[in-house]
Design a protein around this ligand. Structure first.
Ligand code: NAD
Length: 506
């Protein structure tokens, strides 16, 4: 990775040149294809709003073509051995690693996410492929469930073509998190990436193809959610939809997919609490709390956006987090020093800024930030912000802001902490800091969240289940959980010919 801001800019310019001034097409059946309608949309960088390129706006005809390609390719890909799939997926991982710098630079430019995080995300994309590649040979394995006169065994088979719909916050990594297990399972894929961050989806399709993934196994249709995304969720060839995005969109997809009985997997929004008790290791907690809201621009589904602090240490702890927030370096995402970059889009910036007014109206204190940072008027920049003296029912403590904005709420004791933590519609992640082991165990059971970290920031281990409760999602990814979604489980019951078969009309 380039060591300086200048060298990063020079490298980015080199990798972006191919996109600039052109129209990014779809990738269907192993080929780049222009959109059927000829319509395009503009893709601008969040850094200064300048145009990067135009992108084909996928129409239902494009989705139909892609779903047909996936349907045809499934016959072979679904039937080939897990070992064969493993070797193709490892080649994809190799190619991602070789192009990791390009992926990170392009993604930073397209999303505004700081390069320091996108470099890791690109490498993590390769890890996702390797992890599921190694599990491909055993994906079909089932259980042996013998009974007195029968032998039952289960086996798993790939579902068929699946739709993968992804958001813009860390698009490359998230796409691989869905696409790698689908391919390892033997499914074929139609991917519809977010319209605000289309570039690295094209790199991924290209990489997979060059690494030997047969044509039609991974197809890509760009376009807006309500058109291309909708058509994908309605297509009869598409057997399941793996979706990452907003809770509201998840329920729309459920409605759209209902007539064709789509299997759905949803990773949705969050308003994740971090509970800090007076007995915690407060130095480590300050680091983790600051990291888990201000990294990735706060555009992170597992960000701990609600800081719940025990009353006795509330003022001192919140002040320490505030000091950190005030010192965070906001700037150009390609500058190695940058910790927070510009938000994805002017519309999203307006949404985040609107909560600064809401906080004032609700009577919370804007302890740090609360506006745009000085000297960065051009891009979608926002100052890392901390709301203190907030109450649990305020909108700033209930709604997902999805920016570098933290809301701090005091609590008296464990019971109140749990009540506040669970008093939102979401249930994705929860974090708790305490040295009391019994309390850690009690919290793990009491908190409404699909993922709980005790005395840790978000620390991922790929075999573990990832997903949310309540409005944060349906289903789990990771390890074997992913195969349960992308595969059909069959039970086979074989008689020993020893039982008496019930007879009628003998
Ligand atoms: P979004 O729901 O607006 O869009 C996500 C994707 O859905 C995009 O590709 C979009 O084009 C598509 N889409 C929109 N309407 C559609 C429709 N009617 N039919 C089919 N597809 C449609 O979300 P976003 O703003 O891109 O992403 C931010 C959200 O994603 C946040 O709520 C965040 O918490 C969530 N997220 C969740 C996780 C998780 O793992 N739980 C991870 C990352 C992001």
């Amino acid at each position: 990775m380039g060591a300086t801001f200048e060298s990063n800019l020079a490298q980015a310019e080199k990798h972006l040149a191919r996109f600039q001034g052109g129209v990014l097409g779809h990738f269907i059946g192993g080929e780049v294809v222009p959109g059927a309608s000829g319509e395009t949309f503009a893709n601008n960088t969040p850094i200064d709003g300048s145009l990067i390129n135009q992108v084909a706006a996928g129409a239902p005809e494009d989705v139909d073509q892609a779903a047909n390609a996936a349907w045809e390719a499934f016959a072979e890909w679904g039937a080939c051995s897990g070992e064969a799939r493993r070797s193709v997926l490892h080649r994809i991982a190799d190619a991602i690693e070789q192009r990791a710098e390009e992926i990170a630079l392009v993604e930073s430019w397209d999303t505004g996410q700081p390069l320091r995080f996108m470099s890791k995300a690109a490498v993590r994309g390769a890890e996702n492929f390797r992890f599921f590649a190694d599990r491909a040979p055993a994906a079909a394995n089932g259980l042996s469930l013998p009974a007195a006169h029968h032998h039952n065994f289960t086996l798993r088979q790939p579902l068929g073509p699946v739709g993968v719909i992804t958001p813009w916050n860390t698009p490359f990594m998230l796409s691989t998190w869905k696409i790698a297990p689908a391919l390892a399972a033997g499914c074929t894929v139609v991917h519809k990436p977010a319209e605000w961050s289309p570039l690295t989806a094209t790199l991924l399709a290209e990489i997979c193809h060059a690494a030997g993934l047969p044509p039609g196994v991974l197809n890509l249709v760009h376009g807006v959610g309500e058109v291309a995304g909708r058509a994908l969720t309605e297509h009869p060839h598409v057997k399941a939809v793996a979706f990452v995005g907003e809770s509201r969109t998840g329920s729309q997809i459920m409605v759209q997919g209902a007539p064709t009985l789509k299997r759905v997997h949803f990773e949705l929004g969050g308003k994740n609490p971090v509970l800090v008790f007076a007995d915690a290791d407060l130095d480590r907690a300050v680091d983790a709390v600051t990291f888990m809201i201000y990294s990735l621009n706060g555009e992170r589904c597992t960000s701990s956006s609600r800081l719940l602090v025990q009353q006795s240490i509330y003022d001192a702890f919140v002040e320490r987090v505030g000091e950190r927030a005030a010192r965070i370096r906001v700037g150009h995402p390609l500058d190695p020093a940058t910790e927070v970059g510009p938000l994805i889009h002017p519309n999203h910036l307006q949404k985040v800024l609107s909560y600064f007014e809401v906080a004032g109206q609700e009577g919370a204190c804007i302890a740090v930030g609360g506006g745009r940072p000085a000297g960065l008027a051009q891009g979608n920049y926002v100052a890392p912000t901390l709301f203190s003296q907030a109450k649990a029912q305020m909108r700033i403590a209930q709604e997902e802001i999805f920016g570098p904005v933290l809301t701090a709420v005091p609590f008296a004791d464990e019971a109140e902490a749990v009540e506040i933590a669970n008093g939102v519609q979401y249930g994705l992640a929860a974090y708790a800091w305490t040295r009391d082991l019994g309390r850690g165990q009690r919290l793990a059971r009491a908190l409404d969240a699909g993922m709980i970290w005790i005395n840790s920031e978000n620390n991922r281990h790929l075999p573990t289940p990832f997903g949310g409760m309540k409005a944060s999602g349906i289903g789990r990814d990771g390890g074997d959980y992913s195969f349960d979604f992308y595969m059909e489980t069959k039970n086979v019951c074989m008689a020993h010919d020893t039982h008496s078969v019930p007879a009628l009309g003998r």
